[in-house]
Each structure stands twice: as structure tokens, then as C-alpha cells.
Design a protein around this ligand. Structure first.
Ligand SMILES: C[S@@+](CC[C@H](N)C(=O)[O-])C[C@H]1O[C@@H](n2cnc3c(N)ncnc32)[C@H](O)[C@@H]1O
Length: 232
């Protein structure tokens, strides 16, 4: 196997159930902002489980990913449901410019798939596209993850896996200092590291483990405020 587009050739590898944290984040945005529909960025949307979930709540979603197969799958699911969303295909560093457009964005299990230089460029572009006072939620692999070290290290803490389902896929692992540096010009609302220790692990086709690796979760706000915030 190599690269996500090929992985998504097999539908069994496309996750369809949204993460509860993303649903909670969408609800958080709904409480924060009174405009409707909310403009939401699903960054590196994959097979679109969160794009679909946000569209089902009536929001205007922009999904971005480099996998045509993932986006095609999402479009077909949306069509079946009578829903719509906007999409663009490209490398994460090529997010189209939509200055201060989104109320919020999220990127789940994906933003670490690049070199640190490219991830920095990417986060800067995401920030540019989110309104001042808008929010971004993501998770990132931690240097404490037991998957760290698998594959060929092409720069400090960036590995290209050489075997398994993700052979050919790049993974960067973050320590706290690097996360703080990455979100240096955001206001960090929430930063936590979920430490995961395996006592026993056999997959047997069960890939719905909510915490497969030690990861960071970051909720950050673009400093400033242009939208009327609702009271909690
Ligand atoms: C594990 S999947 C997660 C998909 C989705 N966020 C979800 O939660 O279901 C990782 C996604 O990142 C995308 N991806 C990885 N590297 C990328 C890159 N450099 N540019 C654009 N998309 C990338 C893949 O195509 C894939 O859809």
C-alpha cells in the first residue's frame, strides 16, 4: 500500500463514523457564533465523515484533501443524503486562499502527514482563512507515540513508513515545544497530550480505537474578534 488515495480505493479503510470530539467542536461553534450557516473547514477531510456530519447540521462546509478517491466518496455520500459541500483537491500546503472566511476548522488524524516546514506553512494558511475570533481543532502525533521511529527518518522526527497499510506515508511527531512553536501566533485554548500505553494489541479488523497512539489535541483561536459571540 502507498499513500491515502490508494488506501481509500478500498472502502473498508474509509472511516464513516464521526469522532465525538468533532461533533462537540461543531456544537461549540454553534454556541459561539449566531450566523447561520456556519462556514466550516474540514481540513484533510479524507472520506468526509466530518464534512457530512457538519453538512447534516446545516452548515456550509469546505473540504480539502489530496485524495480524489476520498473526495469522490464524500460527494457520493452527500448526494445520497441530498446535501452539498464545496471541495478542493491539493497538497496540504496548497489550501486555497479564503481570507478570514471560516468560523472554525478542524483537522483530524491528518496534519502530521508532512515535514515540519510544510506543516508550518500549512498552519499559517489555515490561520489566514479563519476569522479573527474563530477556532481550529486538530490532533497531532506525539513523540511519545509507540509508532514513532517506524520507517525512514527523513528529518528529525519525520518518518516515512516502509511497510504496512501506511507504507510511503509521512508522519511527523511533535513534542510540546514544537506544538507551542507551531501555534505561536494563535491563542491556545486547550492543549492536552493523551498518553496511550498498549497492554495488548491485536487488530483483527477493529480499527475504531479512539486513541490508537499518544497524540496531542489542540484547540486554538485566531486572536481578535470580528463576529458577535453568543453567550454560553
Ligand atoms: C487518516 S486520514 C483522516 C481523514 C479524515 N480527517 C478523518 O478523520 O476521517 C488522513 C488524510 O490526510 C490526507 N493527507 C495526508 N497527507 C496529505 C497532504 N500532504 N496533503 C493533503 N492531504 C493529505 C489523506 O489523503 C487522508 O485523507
Amino acid at each position: 500500500m502507498a499513500e491515502w488515495n490508494e488506501i481509500f480505493n478500498e472502502e473498508k479503510y474509509i472511516k464513516k463514523i464521526p469522532e465525538s470530539i468533532i461533533m462537540n467542536f461543531i456544537e461549540f461553534l454553534e454556541r459561539k457564533f449566531s450566523e447561520r450557516p456556519l462556514k466550516i473547514l474540514d481540513f484533510l477531510c479524507g472520506g468526509g465523515r466530518h464534512t457530512i456530519a457538519a453538512a447534516q447540521r446545516g452548515h456550509s462546509v469546505f473540504g480539502f484533501d489530496k485524495s480524489e478517491n476520498g473526495i469522490q466518496f464524500t460527494k457520493s455520500q452527500l448526494k445520497e443524503l441530498g446535501l452539498m459541500a464545496e471541495f478542493s483537491i491539493g497538497d496540504m500546503t496548497e489550501l486555497p486562499e479564503k481570507p478570514a472566511f471560516f468560523h472554525g476548522g478542524f483537522s483530524w488524524d491528518a496534519l502530521h502527514h508532512n515535514t515540519i516546514k510544510n506543516i508550518k506553512i500549512t498552519v499559517e494558511k489555515i490561520k489566514h482563512n479563519i476569522k479573527p475570533g474563530g477556532y481550529f481543532l486538530c490532533n497531532l502525533l506525539s513523540t511519545k507515540s509507540d509508532s514513532r521511529g517506524n520507517g525512514n527518518e527523513i528529518e528529525p522526527e519525520t518518518f516515512i513508513k516502509e511497510d504496512g497499510l501506511e507504507a510511503g506515508v509521512m508522519h511527523h511527531y511533535f513534542d510540546e515545544e514544537e506544538i507551542l512553536d507551531l501555534f505561536n501566533d494563535w491563542e491556545i485554548i486547550y492543549l492536552n497530550e493523551q498518553i496511550n500505553r498498549y497492554v495488548k494489541r491485536t487488530y483483527e479488523g477493529f480499527n475504531t480505537n479512539p486513541f490508537p497512539y499518544t497524540k496531542w489535541m489542540i484547540l486554538a483561536m485566531v486572536p481578535g474578534s470580528t463576529s458577535p459571540h453568543k453567550e454560553f
